[in-house]
Design a protein around this ligand. Structure first.
Ligand SMILES: Cc1ncc(COP(=O)(O)O)c(C=O)c1O
Length: 382
């Protein structure tokens, strides 16, 4: 058989998911129903949170999390610039103001000390992102949020399987949000889920995602809402994925540990450091080239020649995006004053942004493919 290009995207779905989706279609109960409820129960169990609420995707989950907050337009939310753009867009949608704080050079997550320094009278929330599947320091963020009375939203889109002292992420803040996008550790194509331990927040989000209805349903609407419901076809796929998640995470962890050993033997390249007590969800394995003369573009091209797909991810930080350069066309700018984002400087984020790239870590990798990636790293960097 011809060798495949070793991929960084290869969702672990197959016959079980196809059968489950097909059963839903045959039943004609296409809208959110028993499969979605079952998925939610399993997710709540995995994250040890009281409530898990399925949504159409991880972006909408973040918007609902912002909508569930007591924030008023114009108030600030501290977040990281080293993330997917949905994090920051969710803050803008509700008329709030993203305030970018730099990341830690070792974990690549929001730097707690810099966050503390950045808090002002107008700061009302923090949105840490568990980048690439490694948890932000949520115990410290939770204390900080409590001290300053800030709403705490975990963007855990990438972090199924990330734990701090055995506790899964998603329950440390007021609300946690996850994505089930095709690249994620748990996939349903598009899909999202929100976790919380707070009944009031859970009820509000459940109503908001269903047109602001009362929890009894029907045509009584107690607030302005959206339609952010999952379909039961998607719920059925996600439900099957929950039965496989432990094995999928184990495989990712096996691959990541095997890469870490090789990178440890090569001077001048590195990876995200995992603080004591943390378990990495291993969504993405990124090579850090800050101290090497070979840079991501060259490495990615040489890997491609060796049959391995790799890519830089957030080489443009959120505040460097075109959409941020001029917010005057954004509807909220008639009511809210935004800082000039061209003046923002986060040196650590800027350096990591242009000095990292991901290598394949999908659970379908064979031992032979893992070995090929490892020897390619040695060949290119040693
Ligand atoms: C950090 C982060 N936040 C939010 C999202 C948005 O999730 P979705 O693609 O499901 O809308 C993603 C993923 O794609 C993400 O990586």
């Amino acid at each position: 058989m011809e060798k495949r290009l070793i991929p960084f995207v290869d969702p672990s779905i197959g016959v079980d998911e196809a059968n489950a989706a097909s059963e839903v279609i045959k039943s004609k109960n296409l809208v959110e129903g028993k499969n979605t409820r079952s998925f939610e129960r399993k997710f709540s169990k995995m994250t040890n949170t009281k409530y898990a609420i399925a949504t159409t995707n991880g972006t909408v989950a973040l918007q609902l999390a912002m909508e569930s907050s007591p924030l008023k337009p114009g108030e600030e939310v501290i977040t990281t610039p080293f993330t997917f753009i949905a994090t920051t867009n969710s803050i803008l949608y509700t008329g709030n103001v993203p305030k970018f704080v730099d990341i830690d050079p070792n974990t690549w997550n929001l730097d707690i000390n810099k966050v503390e320094e950045a808090i002002t009278e107008n700061t009302k929330a923090i949105m840490p992102v568990h980048i690439f599947g490694l948890a932000a320091d949520m115990k410290a963020f939770s204390d900080l949020a409590e001290d300053h009375n800030l709403y705490l939203i975990e963007d855990a889109a990438q972090a199924h399987g990330a734990r701090i002292d055995g506790q899964h992420v998603g329950g440390f803040g007021d609300v946690g949000t996850f994505s089930l996008y095709i690249t994620k550790n748990l996939v349903s194509g598009e899909g999202g889920i929100i976790t919380t331990n707070n009944e009031e927040i859970a009820d509000k989000i459940t109503s908001l995602k269903n047109h602001g209805r009362t929890l009894k349903g029907g045509y009584k609407h107690i607030r302005v809402g959206f339609n952010a419901r999952m379909t039961d076809v998607v719920g059925a796929i996600a439900d099957i994925q929950m039965d496989k998640i432990d094995d999928l995470l184990k495989k990712r962890s096996y691959i990541a540990n095997s890469y870490r050993k090789v990178v440890d033997e090569i001077d001048q390249i590195d990876y995200q450091h995992i603080p004591k007590g943390m378990e990495h969800g291993n969504y993405i394995f990124a090579i850090d080239t800050r101290n090497h003369t070979i840079k991501p573009a060259e490495a990615v091209s040489r890997l491609r020649q060796l049959g391995i797909l790799a890519r830089p991810i957030y080489s443009t930080l959120s505040y460097q995006q075109e959409s941020f350069k001029d917010l005057s066309n954004w509807r909220w700018s008639n009511y809210v004053e935004y800082p000039n984002y061209s003046n923002v400087v986060c040196p650590v984020s800027e350096s990591i942004a242009i000095n990292h790239f991901e290598i394949p870590i999908v659970p379908s990798l064979t031992n032979e493919e893992i070995e090929s990636v490892k020897s390619a790293l040695v060949e290119i960097f040693k």
